[in-house]
Design a protein around this ligand. Structure first.
Ligand code: NAI
Length: 251
């Protein structure tokens, strides 16, 4: 069943909007009648390719760059909703990982989320709602996912602190923790790429989902609908929550 909500007259900031979950969320908010989207991604061409009916302001940049946000914040105006979603994935055992790789993941997934959250909360003078895209990796420890998992666990704590700080100002802040989602984030993962070459993408996705009780990865569109619910007025009493959408992988 499709989730629907009325976002008419509202504005939203979405990061990582050029692809995957962020793009699906931008399209979902557009379909729910949102008036204005402020879309951020480092992929300028991907942002330009989005076909949306609402007013869409696109900003190409790195969410982990404080100077990018310093330039964008004066242009934000009133923001009602935000999705702190831009993220990157990488694996590697701790003993084999470089400090540079650790910093690369933490910079985008945690520093970037902090800068997004800060900009959004400053622009929510009339209250609002924020969702941050965490991951089941931020809840369930997995060998080979220390940097990614730590960034997503840190994000969950950041969300809970932000929920406490936002509540008196009418700002709700929640996290979504997806399991595997069929997006481009998997491309470039050595194991996945090898399976795609050997079996094709569909079979590779099925194989990757074999450890998920539901036996499948989610689509970006179904994650976007769940994010949309958390952003919407239907979730008015929900703040500081972490909503898992992982087909049972975290169990
Ligand atoms: P994706 O790779 O399809 O989309 C991510 C988008 O973020 C891309 O458009 C990329 O250009 C942008 N981006 C990456 N680094 C950036 C930066 N420094 N500044 C600005 N934009 C940047 O991936 P997906 O799956 O849509 O990922 C969205 C979020 O969902 C990420 O935070 C990811 O960690 C999280 N997630 C994804 C899961 C999956 O299985 N796909 C599972 C759990 C969480």
């Amino acid at each position: 069943m499709a989730i629907e909500a009325d976002f008419s007259g509202r504005s939203a900031l979405v990061t990582g909007a050029a692809a995957g979950i962020g793009a699906a969320c931008a399209r979902w908010l557009d379909a729910q009648g949102i008036a204005r989207l402020v879309l951020v991604d480092r992929d300028e061409a991907g942002l330009a390719a989005l076909e949306l009916g609402c007013t869409a302001e696109t900003h190409a940049g790195d969410v982990a760059d404080p100077d990018f946000w310093a330039a964008l914040e004066p242009q934000l105006g009133q923001i009602d909703h935000a999705l702190a979603n831009a993220g990157i994935a990488a694996g590697g055992m701790i003993a084999d990982s470089s400090f540079e790789e650790w910093r690369r993941i933490l910079a985008v997934n945690l520093d970037g989320a902090f800068l997004t959250l800060r900009a959004a909360m400053r622009a929510m003078a009339q209250g609002g709602s924020v969702v941050a895209t965490s991951s089941v990796s931020g809840i369930k420890p997995m060998a080979g996912a220390s940097a990614y998992g730590a960034s997503k666990a840190g994000l969950i704590h950041l969300v809970k602190c932000a929920a406490l700080e936002g509540a008196p100002k009418g700002i709700r802040v929640n996290a979504i923790a997806p399991g595997g989602v069929d997006t481009g984030i998997w491309d470039g993962n050595a194991d996945f790429d090898r399976m795609v070459v050997e079996q094709g993408r569909e079979a590779a996705l099925r194989a990757m989902a074999s450890a998920t009780p539901s036996g499948r990865f989610a689509s970006a569109e179904e994650i976007a609908q769940t994010i949309g619910f958390l952003l919407s007025d239907a979730a008015d009493n929900i703040t500081g929550a972490v909503l898992s959408s992982d087909g049972g992988f975290g169990l």
